[in-house]
Write a protein that binds this ligand. Structure first.
Ligand code: 5GP
Length: 186
């Protein structure tokens, strides 16, 4: 499970893992936010409306869900995660802090990895440089980031995202070592 503040590079790290480690299964979240240019439905997210999101909650189809940055809802469909776990595949969930806390309740043995920025200044620079959010949205995201950074100690491991490829490789190594330890103790 990978969490961390806005613009720290969680999405880029996951994308790199997707391209270089096909053995890792990556969860595709559902969200009520609009697709950004270049995002494809079913690849980056499944884009749904509020009614469908409500139905998924009511039917118990989500492993966890949260309102993120006070704007849109995001959630992890439960069934694909259970299927991937049953196949023994390493699973990667890239979610926010509230979601991570929920998964910790239902899957306490999962590995919780916190992706941290090299510094606060670098985080702000990445968010502004991305250029996909309005001024108001950026301010809101930085407010969430302050809360999220404070939660680092709730995680099993912190990875500092100084360089995307290194962070992604380290993440995959952590996932593999955890699985080896699990099977040894099983
Ligand atoms: P973005 O809108 O930039 O794609 O994502 C915003 C935030 O939503 C990120 O912090 C990301 O980790 C979080 N997020 C994405 N998918 C999920 C999910 O399925 N559940 C939860 N709780 N958060 C998610």
């Amino acid at each position: 499970m990978l969490a961390g503040p806005t613009a720290v590079g969680k999405g880029t790290v996951s994308a790199y893992v997707r391209d270089t480690h096909p053995e890792v299964w990556i969860s595709v979240s559902v969200t009520t936010r609009a697709a950004r240019p270049g995002e494809a439905d079913g690849v980056h997210y499944r884009f749904v409306d509020d009614t469908r999101f409500d139905e998924m909650i009511a039917a118990g189809e989500l492993l966890e869900w949260a309102v993120v940055h006070r704007t849109a809802r995001y959630g992890t469909p439960r069934q694909p995660v259970e299927e991937a776990l049953a196949q023994g595949r390493p699973c990667l969930l890239e979610i926010d802090l509230q979601g991570a806390r929920q998964v910790k309740e239902s899957m306490p043995d999962a590995l919780f990895v916190f992706l941290a920025p090299p510094s606060w200044e670098e985080l702000v620079r990445r968010l502004v440089g991305r250029g996909t959010e309005s001024e108001q949205e950026r301010t809101r995201r930085l407010e969430t980031a302050v809360e999220e950074l404070a939660a680092e100690k709730e995680f099993d491991v912190t990875l500092v995202n100084t360089e995307i490829h290194a962070a992604a490789d380290e993440l995959v190594a952590l996932m593999s070592s955890r699985r080896t330890t699990d099977s040894e103790s099983a």
